[in-house]
Design a protein around this ligand. Sequence first.
Ligand SMILES: Nc1ncnc2c1ncn2[C@@H]1O[C@H](COP(=O)(O)OP(=O)(O)OP(=O)(O)O)[C@@H](O)[C@H]1O
Ligand SMILES: [Mg+2]
Length: 213
Amino acid sequence: MASIITIAQQKGGAGKTSLSIHLAIAFLGAGKRVGLIDLDPQESMTAWYKLRRANFAPEDDLALRPASGWRAQSEIERMKKDFDLVIIDSPPHAETSTRLAIRMADLVVVPVQLSPMDVWASEPTLDMIAKERSQALVVMNRVPPRGRLADELRQKLQDDDLPLAQTSLGNRMAYAASLMEGLGVTEFARGTVAADEMNALMGEVLARLDNDQ
Ligand SMILES: Nc1ncnc2c1ncn2[C@@H]1O[C@H](COP(=O)(O)OP(=O)(O)OP(=O)(O)O)[C@@H](O)[C@H]1O
Ligand SMILES: [Mg+2]
């Protein structure tokens, strides 16, 4: 049975879809069979998946299945049987499906960008995760190379006892550029800092899932 990883954050543009895709491809590179579920009506993960299939149609162990509305739960459960991991991308505003995806998750990854507004806006998502008794992992995203703000916000998140990932993701062109090719950053830019940090994050995610079992 697969582990379920939900990527959630009510703040728009935090990096949910990017993270869903790059993590999925990192797991694929590590030999896992990965199922994708796109709960966002914007369907950006679906658009990327179609591009991937159209561009180079690789025979890989990656599949995306539509799962909207009332069908979501049964589709997620079905995917759980067929894959090692199921990764669920969720919409920016809390919908019934977001709560369901959080409830069903073994781990909820919450990308947070480095501004006070983004940190405050994470609270409803973290509350929902706590209410549903799911495990959260907060990931700082688009972190600039240096600066006091990043350190201060990291400190604040730690002081608040949030489950903060040690790996943070930089603000890097490779994240967007790889998506344009239907790829993940670990395929597109192997050996770069961006690929290395995504692999490191995958390791942290796996460690959390293992601890959970
Ligand atoms: N680490 C990063 N470095 C550079 N650009 C990034 C990074 N993470 C995300 N982006 C860019 O930020 C924008 C928003 O990212 P993304 O669409 O993944 O966010 P989202 O949370 O899924 O948004 P929405 O709430 O609309 O679903 C995109 O243009 C994406 O390419
Ligand atoms: Mg998105």
